[in-house]
Design a protein around this ligand. Sequence first.
Ligand code: GTQ
Length: 348
Amino acid sequence: MHAATLPPDALRERAAYYERIGARNMTPLWEVLGALVPPQPRTPVQAALWRYAELREQVLEAGRLISAEEAERRVLILENPALRGQSCITQSLYAGLQLILPGEVAPAHRHTQSALRLVLDGEGAYTAVDGERTTMRRGDFIITPAWTWHEHGNLGDEPVVWLDGLDIPIVRFLDAGFAEKGEQQSQPAQRPEGDALARYGANMVPVDYQPRAAEPTRVFVYPFERTRASLQAIAQGQPDPHHGHKLRYVNPATGASPMPTIGAFAQWLPAGFETKPLRSTDGTVVVCLEGRGEVQVGDATWRIQENDVFVVPSWHGLQLRAERDMLLFSFSDRPVQQALGLWREQRL
Ligand code: GTQ
């Protein structure tokens, strides 16, 4: 019998019982079972869009209010509108927009959270990871795996802005966060720029290298130039009706995701192409790197252009329409879900 149809006495008796057990930190499962074990994902995460024109203006204002040194990381967190105050864009992922002005350094530190950067705007900055620098160019996908030393600097003469993606909510959930600051602002260079890419990113690895299981890749930069060239080349062939031309970034030594907690993807949609709708369980952050078009996420429809960022919640249909050739970058917790046997995708 449904609770609403119970006689008032029985209802009162139950309420009193709930109160008695509540005082002992117990609660009845039957009142929450449907929410705990839903027939399909019912995420609180909301579809949302951040237009770069606004993001840029706001983050540049932060540049007038606080230095990178004082802030340590001058970042505007992109908070999901339904999860305000929780510093996350989906339940499992964090995203933020980082600004570094000419001459500034975001000092060396390391933490157990894994991070990715997607360079959006400006030239002349670098990220150093465990003693090797890489120049940050627009569209470059750069990673700082868990517990690697990293710092950022801007040697150029213009502001540089990139998107940070971190697994902060996952590490918080697991209560496994550690961090430490470097003794110096800048880590001494141990290898020349390009070393990791030459050793691990050219379809070869050092002769005695054996990656451990789930080891993040030693390739810490995936240059945009290469990604773009691959997408353009495969775009000569037939697009997948749901994905267009889509590739995932990998650890070239293992074929696994570059980092164990965050998967990343690059996608090309030729002008005029419209994808068939698709949904998957990994809530995804998407950046439009080139072109423009229209996107439908669940019930929301937006026009998007360069550097706009949007979030697709778990199990929400996604449909894309390219008005110009469109290049999208995206990241999600897919490798975690796959490792746990949870990930699902449905072509609608
Ligand atoms: O660049 O190390 O957006 O530690 C948040 C935390 C960036 C970083 C963020 C971080 C960083």
